[in-house]
Design a protein around this ligand. Sequence first.
Ligand code: ZN
Length: 437
Amino acid sequence: MNNRLLIKDATLVTMDEDRDENRGVINSGNLYIENDSIKQITSGTEALPDDVQIISGKNKVVIPGLVNLHNHAAMTLFRSYADDYPLMEWLTKKIFPAEAKLTEEDVYWGTSLALLEMIQGGTTAFVDMYYFMEQTARACQEAGIRAMLSQVFIGIETNNKRLNNLEDAINFIENWQDESNGRIQTILGPHALYTCPPDFLKRMLKETEHLNTIIHIHLSESKGEVEEALNTYQKTPVALLDELGLFERQVIAGHCVHLNDEDIEILSSRGVGISHNPCSNLKLANGIAPLKKLLDHGACVGLGTDGAASNNNLDMFEEIKLCSLLQKGMLEDPTAIPATQAFELATRGGAKALKKENTLGVLKEGAKADLAIVDFNKPHLQPHNDPVANLVYSASAGDVETVIVDGRILYHKDEFLTLDQERIYYEAAKCSKRLRQ
Ligand SMILES: [Zn+2]
């Protein structure tokens, strides 16, 4: 059956590089969706298709769906479970022991809870790394969201045997690639350099050569991690991964907080997709990434929330605002990361890191119909002087009214059309309670 949907008379924040006029913002625009794609964008005078489902865009702003570049969705179960600890203590004393008890069912319900939150907040695609990823994939398939999923693995000995399993990760990639009209993409998830030593990473690259998938890894998140690499290998983590040939593949590197000038040069010239996660970096006191410097060097940067245990929500609007304010404050430069650039990171930046800049993170003809409609009929979003500045500095996840992925409405006016909200709350609370015991 043909899916035909028309959003009529809305402000369209297209983020389309080819539209220079008005920074890509179209006032009183119409956006027409056919099946899974944007078929037509018009600005008022052209004839509109008839016999279609219509959503009124009056006082609404349509944005490309937000791309969350670094997450551990099922960690919503650990929200508010262990706060205000240093990173290594948080990991080894609180998170790892609780994660050792995780079951497949926990991951399914924890992910489902994250999907409710992400969809409600306008996120239409996310990159994830965790255990039992078949369960995450199943939850994403049911919800209708777009996801790039990696089954995490490490290369050092541990009690947690399911982590020492590169074969499992490869099987997951092969079994789930391109499922659900291509909405599910599978990628490779070595946890980090401090858990995946160089020899192991070399073996991983060799064994996964035929897959040619994106690699998702944590990189230079804490000062301690960089110091350890310098002591052990006399190289920064970035320089070492480059030497190993990791960046010859498309890589999404989470965090990249502690970088020297050579690291920035390497990351920029190799086109590594960096997930900047300002909330998580602040909460775990890891510091502030040199975002402006990276962007000035032409690095490819998107935004991520990281897991809900270290954030503690999955609200991309917070990351957008924070990434701009942090650089302004740190550099004492109010012109740093202006509104359009901040919003670009959460849309086109993420899409570019995924090598999907022509289909995601942008409203244009031929792109995927992945978008969110934000209700501007709210006191904190009046007047409409500048819709992009309003989105970046004044809006929050709660202002999203409608979310569409692959041309399908997943959320509209407080109602989830693919997920059972009450059941998910109930099951997630049950799982979380057991894990905390
Ligand atoms: Zn992470």
